[in-house]
Design a protein around this ligand. Structure first.
Ligand code: 1DF
Ligand code: MN
Length: 365
């Protein structure tokens, strides 16, 4: 890596969807799994695996998730990641009762803020919130952004089967818009109402179920009129948009047809076509999708300036995926936006304190 420092490259590699879990959360999860009290079949499947399996990958994942120090920094160095945007792993607080959700959100945000203070060049972080209680969530958001300096919200998709298009969550989006910080809509396993056919086939997790659940959630947010209500709201979504970029023509066409036919109360006119919100309010990351054709397609349909790099550490920790994305057929200036400046702008990250980042002369070598 010595010939591939941020100064020789001319940009930082910022990874925008990088997971953390406090040990206290895993203790609670283990108790819920043992007692069978989660009432969430996706949680039981996902965390039953990551906390219960002795296979090498889940063992490494649960160790790395809890580390905000030497191991994580060494892993970043080994793969050329200058900076991680940290967030509480899915499903985070979403499966907890209200008191536990508040407590875990506070603990998580305090730990993340501490890591960011200790390593300001290496870490930024998003706030975990007790989304179950929107008023408490707004209070914690104010503390996390205002007092702790966190840079957005992690929303780990559905909350016990409840989706963020419900009106009770509006104060959270209003607060995010006012503070100018983005909401990162991150996958969860499918909710109980949709999981069974996926679970039976072993497809409920990151292989497909996450995308089905989260793509649907994002589309529900768009068609609910969320971005007409909060036109300056910034929303970030991983996995290259959870398949929606591929669907945009059909979604626009069918949305207009359903509006014209008056078929559903819930499908009402929007100020823009559904696809247009991807060019105004939504940014994508490449978490889990280090695949040139898909990245180039997403850039083409949502705009090259709206797609940024993410690794999804430690779940998908593969050095070659960084190399693949270094080799994208785009200009040096576009690469700098992809790895560095788009995330810096969207999340309002501070400039690196060390000398050497981004002298423009480095781009010539
Ligand atoms: C997995 C993937 C798990 C992602 C995650 O959090 C996660 C996985 C529990 O592979 O089981 O965030 N991901 O974003 O792709
Ligand atoms: Mn992830």
């Amino acid at each position: 890596m010595t010939d591939n420092t941020d100064s020789s490259r001319g940009y930082r590699r910022i990874a925008a969807e990088e997971a953390y879990a406090p040990p206290e959360l895993f203790d609670l999860y283990r108790r819920m799994l043992d007692a069978g009290t989660s009432n969430d079949r996706g949680f039981d499947s996902l965390m039953g695996f990551y906390l219960g399996s002795d296979a090498p990958k889940p063992v490494a994942v649960r160790r790395r998730l809890q580390d905000l120090g030497d191991e994580r920094l060494a892993d970043m160095d080994a793969t050329g990641i200058d900076h991680q945007i940290l967030a509480l792993t899915s499903p985070g607080t979403n499966v907890l009762d209200l008191a536990a959700a508040r407590e875990i959100a506070t603990i998580t945000n305090d730990r993340l803020a501490d890591a960011c203070r200790r390593h300001p060049d290496r870490f930024s972080a998003l706030a975990a919130l007790p989304l179950q209680d929107p008023d408490a969530a707004v209070r914690e958001l104010d503390r996390a952004v205002g007092d702790l300096g966190l840079r957005g919200i992690i929303a780990n998709s559905h909350i016990g089967g409840s989706y963020l298009d419900e009106s009770k969550y509006r104060p959270i989006f209003e607060a995010a818009e006012d503070l100018g910080v983005p909401v990162y809509l991150h996958p969860n396993t499918p909710s109980n109402d949709m999981i069974d056919p996926l679970r039976k086939a072993g497809l409920d997790g990151a292989i497909f179920g996450f995308g089905v659940e989260t793509g649907m959630h994002l589309l529900k947010l768009i068609t609910s009129g969320l971005f007409d209500r909060y036109p300056n709201l910034k929303l970030v979504v991983g996995h290259l948009g959870e398949a929606l970029p591929y669907w945009l023509h059909r979604i626009d066409y069918m949305h207009a047809a359903q509006v014209a036919a008056g078929r559903y109360d819930t499908i009402r006119p929007l100020q823009r076509k559904p696809s247009e919100y991807f060019r105004h309010n939504i940014w994508l990351t490449t978490s889990g999708m280090p695949w040139q054709p898909a990245i180039m397609f997403a850039r083409e349909v949502v705009g090259a300036d709206r797609v940024m790099y993410a690794m999804d550490y430690p779940y998908q920790f593969v050095a070659e995926e960084v190399t693949t994305q270094d080799a994208l057929p785009i200009s040096d200036a576009e690469k700098k936006a992809f790895f560095d400046t788009t995330a810096t702008d969207v999340f309002g990250l501070r400039a690196p304190t060390t000398a050497g980042a981004t002298p423009s002369s480095a781009l010539r070598s």
